[in-house]
Design a binder for this molecule. Sequence first.
Ligand code: ZN
Length: 515
Amino acid sequence: MKEVKKNAVKRRNIRLHPNWPLREGQVKGPDLKELEYEIRKDIRKKHHTSNKFVIQIVILFLLICIFVGLHLIIPKIELNGEEKIEISYHDTYVEQGATAKYFQQDLTDRIEITSAVDTNKIGTYEVIYKVNYSFYTVKKKRIVEVVDKEKPTITLEGDTEVNICPNSEFKEIGYQAIDEYDGDITEKVKIKKEKDRWIYSVKDSSGNTASISRILHEKDEEAPTITLKGNQTMYLGLEEDFKEPGYTASDNCSGDITEKVSVTGEVKSGQEGTYILTYQVSDDSGNIATVERKVTVAKKTDPNSGEIKKGAIYLTFDDGPSNVTTGAILDILKEEGVKATFFVTNNGPDYLIQRMYDEGHTVGLHTASHNYAEVYASVDNYFRDLNSVSNRVKKLTGQTSKIVRFPGGSSNTISKRYSQGIMTQLSQELFNRGYRYYDWNIDSGDAYNAKTKEAVYQNVTSNLSKNRANIVLMHDIKTWTRDALRDIIRYGKENGYTFERIDMDTHMVRQKINN
Ligand code: ZN
């Protein structure tokens, strides 16, 4: 108490000075009772303050306990697999699921999964796992990132290695860039030129890059081209002079190099023979082109030339030889001592053609295939086909035959289907090449309406005339022709006709060309 009092006095003194209210002229001495009161009041106040602080601490502690408690007793969700997944665009998102527990109780069946994952679209998606249990709702989420990791593809048109002309610029041929996610991104392709290559690169919207190179070799491996004016095979009459029809030469790198062409060989005009002219040119890289022209100088056929033997019968047989009938026909001709003309094809056995020749008949050419669509498709086709049968005859007889009959005759109209005007061209071209062609002025009809020996006999004998050369169309592949032949020959002999074979001096019987 002594100690307290002392303090109180001290305090009091402090309080008295300078704020203690004094009345004028009055000096108040220390009052103990009042002092004690003040001290008690002071002590109470101090106690009260420290109580309040303790209560606050306790409340805080309780709150923490409740919080921790609550956390321990709510249901828990555990994800299967990672909380963050990355999958490729267009791949399938496979839900791995989750498990949920409340103490020992399994709540997995109660998990509701909400997923917005769209693997067709790049982006970040959430998958929500939710469990409702009693008055708790617990959620957990998984992050799914759909990404494009696929590189775009660049495709080059043309080769990836190309030759370009020396000292020239490569001219782009074309390219395309396709990205699985972005589609056509050709416009984004950047081209970088490096020493011997062009590098094409592209980046898709996800930053995946691709690049491809085109390697350029500065070299010219392509030969120039020589184009001949006029025909590659020419026919000149004996009286004609050869005049070079001209030519041009061009090169992929050197351009027009006509002036560099050298021509070797010589055509001796007026001198029969076949001459070869060789045209040669080299480009700046040393590639050489060579072309030949064949010029045949020969007597051209004069369509009006030849002898007309009035009262002569020219028996002509087309479409053979045939191993069924041609042999018997040759036998009859031999027995009757008559010479005839055969226009052969590539059909039948070789020995019959040899027999025709050996027994003094004329072997003429009818075309190898006798196929209208083939032989009348073009002038080149016709002569290719004609040369084929010509080679056969030359091989079997040792002679080149220049005596021809057109399949269907020169007046046929079927050829129109395959090439308009071809008969006019072919007849002229045959003359240019020194051939003679023969139609007929008596048709035995054995190929269509006369299918008996009597009918064939009738058609032939009733049309014979003493005032002309009678060229009779027959086919040695027909049995009724074979059977009518001896009687026709006898009729001719009995009625003062002679029998002749066609040769290069026989006047041509030609029908009117209808195409
Ligand atoms: Zn025929």
